[in-house]
Ligand binder design. Structure first.
Ligand SMILES: CC(=O)N[C@H]1[C@@H](OP(=O)(O)O)O[C@H](CO)[C@@H](O)[C@@H]1O
Ligand SMILES: [Mg+2]
Length: 542
């Protein structure tokens, strides 16, 4: 390590005095103007991680569903997964080191993590469409270069595309070809193959309206749609030509406001979906004939996919295990339906896909989705081998089911939740099962729910346990929540500090929307009073 060169370069990406940031749920996220030094340093860290793992590491510049003025960065580990937890700590230390301590912190990390500094390093970089992203990704490159790392800058990519590239490169192409073209080809041919097997549903020309949140998903879907146009025609809205990123549109807006995005024309009973700003989340929705809005969120997506997979598994009859992983935000009705009606084991982890992903790896087939529409399905190596073998050797129905599963494996992005890949899986399942969006929606009825945000001086005063369903600190808060929950039927509420925004999140569920809103308000007030609320007190009514 040429520490002098690093110090000199770092001065060009100087850290503002006193600014501290944390590697949160999905990396660092804050106002773009505070991130230059973090980007440079994540370039440095990616090189160290690459040397240590002797693999290609990814760096994605994005702040997903956050407002356009924000930005963020996260590292992608060798198998396309989120960065390992122990390295998140290194990332936080490095990002917060004052200029003069930077060389020492770098040496410390290298020693602690036993990095072989003579090893080569390779880093791949992607970015979303935010106005600040291009310059910030250049700062990442400066960091990579000064530590002697090689790199490939993919430029504009969806977050899941970058995860895919990392895995392709580290699997020597076995997972797919590490190019945008390779990604389009792999997913589209799996989709076309899978839907070929759809028995005539009478709806051969399927169309879907897609709200792209004015983000990167629009560019990539516009490029890709020609590859699968025979099976599905997609109509893009909020494609970035006019509106602002994530503003009144996108998956996060639709899920949290439980209403359609602006900028999309919805006719009664038409199937529509929204991506988020970096295209790793998707939610579906429609208006019924009475003009009522119906949201089909990540929980219902997980249910549709699990029931489809369960049927195929029964047909191949090979005893492969299937599990579903959710977070505390999963609607109570979905958990009940999965466990009691579908008889599928369901597990709850902390928020953030890295937690769900790791739990899902424990099954032959692990389905994981956050309620907000971020998720995918993982197939173990053993399951994949078995399915491939059955697709070759077995006969008739069994073979047909195995072949379908083979295509499903290729259609899912197994590195991370992917709006484009999930959309194609969902469209394939609906076509194969001949299901309308209303029939899908009718699988179960969501319990009314509400999410609120409370501003506090320091959100870290709240700590939680039991997959974030119980508060441990500050004292008295959990007892207050328990007392409030008791007042309502079918009720549940929990609070946790956000890992991506400077707020505390409140979630409530109950038998009616009115009761849910009351409960959410009362819990917000308890947080405000017991956890150091600042600014305006929470108000009743939304
Ligand atoms: C309630 C909620 O939707 N939380 C989101 C949000 O995390 P928070 O830590 O809650 O801010 O952003 C994460 C990253 O996109 C996503 O994984 C997670 O589900
Ligand atoms: Mg996202």
């Amino acid at each position: 390590m040429d520490l002098d060169a690093i110090t000199k370069q770092s001065a060009l990406h100087a850290k503002p005095d006193g600014l501290t940031l944390q590697y949160g749920t999905a990396g660092f996220r804050t106002k773009a103007e505070h991130l230059d030094h973090v980007m440079f340093r994540m370039g440095l860290l990616a090189v160290l991680r690459s040397k240590q793992t002797k693999s290609t590491i990814g760096v994605m510049v994005t702040a997903s569903h956050n407002p356009e003025e924000d930005n963020g960065v996260k590292l992608v580990d060798p198998l396309g997964e989120m960065l390992a937890a122990s390295w998140e700590e290194h990332a936080t230390c490095l990002a917060n080191a004052e200029e003069q301590h930077l060389p020492r912190v770098l040496v410390d990390i290298s020693e602690k993590a036993a990095v072989d500094l003579h090893q080569d390093a390779f880093v791949v970089i992607g970015r979303d469409t935010r106005p600040s992203s291009e310059k910030l990704s250049q700062s990442v490159i400066d960091g990579v270069t000064v530590l002697g790392g090689q790199f490939h800058d993919y430029g504009l990519l969806t977050t899941p595309q970058l995860h895919y590239m990392v895995f392709c490169r580290n699997s020597e192409g076995q997972y797919g070809e590490a190019s945008v073209e390779g990604y389009y080809q792999k997913l589209s041919s799996a989709f076309v193959e899978l839907t070929k097997q759809a028995f005539c549903s009478g709806d051969d020309h399927r169309t879907l309206k897609v709200d792209c949140a004015n983000g990167i998903g629009a560019l990539k879907l516009a490029e890709m749609k020609h590859y699968f146009s025979q099976g599905l025609s997609v109509q893009l809205f909020n494609d970035g030509t006019r509106g602002k990123l994530n503003h009144l549109c996108g998956a996060d807006f639709v899920k949290s406001h439980q209403k359609p995005p602006q900028g999309i024309e919805m006719k009664a009973n038409e199937r529509c979906c929204s991506f988020d700003g970096d295209a790793d989340r998707i939610v579906y929705y429609y208006h019924d004939a009475d003009g009522q809005f119906h949201l089909i969120d990540g929980d219902k997506i997980a249910t549709l996919i699990s029931s489809f997979l369960k049927e195929l598994l029964l047909e191949i009859g090979d005893g492969l295990s299937l599990g579903v992983v959710q977070t505390a935000y999963a609607n109570g009705s979905s958990t009940r339906y999965l466990e009691e009606v579908m008889k599928v084991p369901v597990y709850c982890t902390k928020t953030g896909v890295k937690h769900l992903h790791h739990k899902a790896q424990e099954f032959d087939i692990g389905v994981y989705f956050e309620a907000n529409g971020h998720g995918t399905v993982l197939f173990s190596k053993a399951a994949e081998t078995k399915i491939k073998q059955l697709a070759k050797e077995s006969e008739d129905e069994k073979r047909k089911a195995a072949k379908m599963l083979e295509n499903v494996i290729d259609l899912f992005n197994q590195t991370i939740g992917d709006a484009i890949s999930d959309m194609l899986v969902i469209e394939a399942i609906l076509a194969l099962k001949g299901l309308t969006v209303q029939q899908w929606d009718a699988l179960y009825t969501d319990l009314p729910n509400r999410q609120l945000k409370v501003k506090v001086a320091d959100r870290q005063v709240i700590s939680t346990t039991d997959a974030e369903r119980q508060v441990v600190k500050p004292p008295g808060l959990q007892e207050a929540i328990n007392d409030l929950v008791k007042k309502y039927r079918l009720s549940r509420a929990f609070v946790r500090p956000s890992g991506t925004e400077d707020i505390v999140r409140v979630y409530a569920e109950a038998d009616s929307q009115e009761n849910t809103d009351s409960l959410a308000y009362e819990v917000s007030l308890a947080v405000f009073q017991l956890a150091g609320g600042i600014g305006e007190r929470p108000q009743r009514g939304f």
